[in-house]
Design a binder for this molecule. Structure first.
Ligand SMILES: NC(=O)c1ccc[n+]([C@@H]2O[C@H](COP(=O)([O-])OP(=O)(O)OC[C@H]3O[C@@H](n4cnc5c(N)ncnc54)[C@H](O)[C@@H]3O)[C@@H](O)[C@H]2O)c1
Ligand SMILES: Nc1ncnc2c1ncn2[C@@H]1O[C@H](COP(=O)(O)OP(=O)(O)OP(=O)(O)O)[C@@H](O)[C@H]1O
Length: 539
């Protein structure tokens, strides 16, 4: 092809794009883009950005050199404009992601400051009286020697400290105060010294020492008895339905607990017997969003999918979950058939829990005019997957970690997984299995078309951005714990960080035993007959 043809090809490719885009934007954004042609004769840069494919193609071409000087100069100018446009588009996406991240950080910081302020006010005004009052109301067994242990903040944290935050006489607070109070403590292997606080490092004589391990076994001790249980069940399963009815009856008759179930389950229970009239449910999504303030404990009857379902119902804080296994695998469901004994010991406490981190993900649309158009963040307990959907083209995804370029994913897609999700889709795609209490984000490609693309694990504090580049041949598709599929057009991005609300799941034994049991029983991990002593050896 002649060199001049390259330039004409670029102009030819870009012209219909510009016309089409101009028509669309004229219809959509009359107020922003002037309807008349710009007077200076230059092309509106907003329109040019959308012709990124032509821009990309031009940048891929060999520059025009020699021959006609004017043509060379013209070609160089076009290349300079094309580069500037690409940079502008990248800058815009990065700025949007950063703005969203800063907004999130600002909100968190503000909430933390408010909490500290309230705590200070609380301890100044009440000087322990309220604790004593509460200890009396809590009753015997929970307050040793008539005194309630003040939480020192060194060995654990008390939920009532958190619950007492907020407006002193707001109705919302009154409601939250009805919830059972509990204390979380971090095992300190018998060492009672003050060094066991929540800071990972501290200083002694100017030297950095590890003050506390980040992922010790956490123990939950009720400070007032749990009163309300939410039972969530896998649909369309007779065995689950039968167990649910038995459990509800037992919890009512033996423990006198208030019980919530989904509207579908309440209908099923009422078909069985009018005994279940006392069971509570909800009517709409608004009531679901308030559940965390009413429920002390969640019981799930199903497989891992039911635990994911339970987590997805709580867009903020999640009450402790007791997961019963009525599925085929059950990596997150250590409780089996002895529901009476298991629930009895959970309701008495203390229990070991695993705090399962969740990913918080924000979809940033290239077409969004401003930050206010940002979509609601989505939480994922297992993973977020970005794949090629039904497209037969390779995905083309640019990945950044705290604004540093990580890599470009060209293949079937990629998975950003929590450590809880490491035994799910990420494992199937070649990712490592990671103990759920390890704080980290797994970065696992799906069928990458490259020999050297090995999975990565990043620290949990980073912000990750995955961008569908403007020159991508096809859109990407995101899904969250295998659900809620969303299309990502060229220019759209996903921004990930670790959510501040983990999912506390009760352990049968402890985090580590339960995790190892699940990979042994569920996957038959490294199952091999032991070699006999019989045969050649060195000794
Ligand atoms: N190729 C794959 O392995 C593949 C493909 C798609 C989805 N998934 C997984 O399915 C999950 C959705 O689960 P679902 O029950 O709603 O769908 P589902 O009913 O299709 O079940 C998927 C399977 O994944 C298992 N699973 C779920 N979470 C797990 C975890 N944390 N550790 C180990 N195994 C786990 C379940 O026990 C189940 O056997 C997704 O989050 C994804 O991880 C896996
Ligand atoms: N309460 C619920 N309402 C609606 N859907 C649910 C509910 N609980 C679970 N599901 C969905 O039902 C599907 C199957 O659930 P789950 O994984 O618990 O059972 P399973 O497939 O029998 O178990 P396993 O995955 O171990 O074989 C999942 O996709 C999950 O999202």
């Amino acid at each position: 092809m002649k060199r001049i043809d390259l330039v004409y090809q670029f102009l030819g490719t870009i012209a219909p794009e510009i016309r089409k885009e101009f028509r669309n934007r004229k219809l959509k954004r009359e107020a922003i883009i002037p309807t008349s042609q710009p007077e200076n004769g230059f092309i509106d840069p907003v329109m040019l950005v959308t012709s990124e494919k032509a821009v990309h193609d031009l940048l891929q071409q060999i520059p025009v050199h020699g021959g006609d000087d004017n043509l060379t100069e013209f070609s160089e100018s076009l290349r300079t404009v094309a580069k500037a446009l690409t940079r502008a588009a990248e800058g815009k996406a990065s700025a949007q992601a950063e703005a969203v991240d800063w907004k999130r950080k600002y909100k968190l910081e503000r909430a933390r400051n408010l909490q500290l302020e309230q705590k200070e006010k609380f301890s100044r005004c009440h000087n322990g009286d309220l604790y004593r009052e509460r200890a009396e109301s809590i009753g015997n067994g929970y307050a040793a020697n008539g005194k309630l242990e003040r939480c020192c903040g060194k060995h654990g944290i008390c939920s009532h400290e958190v619950l007492s935050d907020g407006q002193a006489d707001s109705p919302v607070q009154n409601k939250t105060m009805k919830k059972a109070s509990f204390k979380l403590s971090w095992c300190c292997n018998g060492d009672q010294s003050d060094r066991h606080n929540h800071d990972i490092v501290s200083f002694e004589k100017g030297n950095i020492i590890t003050a506390s391990r980040s992922s010790k076994q956490i123990s939950l001790k009720w400070e007032s008895p749990p009163q309300t249980v939410l039972i969530l069940t896998k649909p369309n399963s007779v065995s689950v339905q039968v167990l649910c009815a038995r459990m509800v009856r037992w919890l009512k008759e033996q423990k006198n607990l208030k019980i919530y179930v989904e509207p579908r389950v309440k209908r099923e229970l009422l078909v069985e017997s009018c005994f279940f009239k006392f069971v509570e449910t909800w009517k709409d999504d608004h009531e679901i969003s308030n559940l965390h303030s009413k429920v002390d404990l969640v019981v799930t009857l199903g497989g891992d999918g039911t635990v994911l379902w339970a987590a997805s119902m709580f867009k903020g804080p999640v009450p402790p979950i007791v997961p019963f296994s009525l599925g085929s695998l059950g990596f997150m469901t250590p409780f089996l058939e002895h529901y009476r004994e298991d629930l009895d010991s959970v309701l008495k406490g203390p229990i070991s829990i695993t705090l399962r981190h969740r990913l918080q993900c924000q979809v940033i649309r290239d077409s969004a005019k401003n930050e206010n158009e940002a979509e609601e963040p989505i939480l994922a307990l297992n993973e977020v997957t970005i794949d090629r959907g039904i497209s037969s083209y390779l995905t083309n995804l640019e990945c950044y970690c705290d604004n540093s370029f990580v890599t470009r994913v060209q293949g079937d897609g990629m998975i950003l997984s929590t450590t809880s999700g490491s035994t799910a889709y990420s494992l199937a795609a070649g990712g490592s299995m990671v103990h759920p209490q390890v704080p980290g984000i797994l970065f696992t490609p799906i069928c990458p078309h490259s020999l050297s693309f090995r999975p990565l694990i990043l620290p949990e504090h980073v912000t990750i951005r995955v961008q569908v580049p403007l020159n991508s041949r096809s859109p990407g598709w995101a899904s969250f714990d295998g659900k809620d599929r969303r299309q990502l057009a060229a220019g759209d991005a996903l921004v990930f960080s670790m959510a501040p609300w983990p999912v506390p799941t009760a352990c049968l034994v402890d985090s580590t035993s339960d995790f190892l049991k699940s990979i042994h029983d569920g996957l038959h991990w490294n199952l091999r007959r032991t070699q006999s002593f019989d045969g050649p050896h060195d000794l």
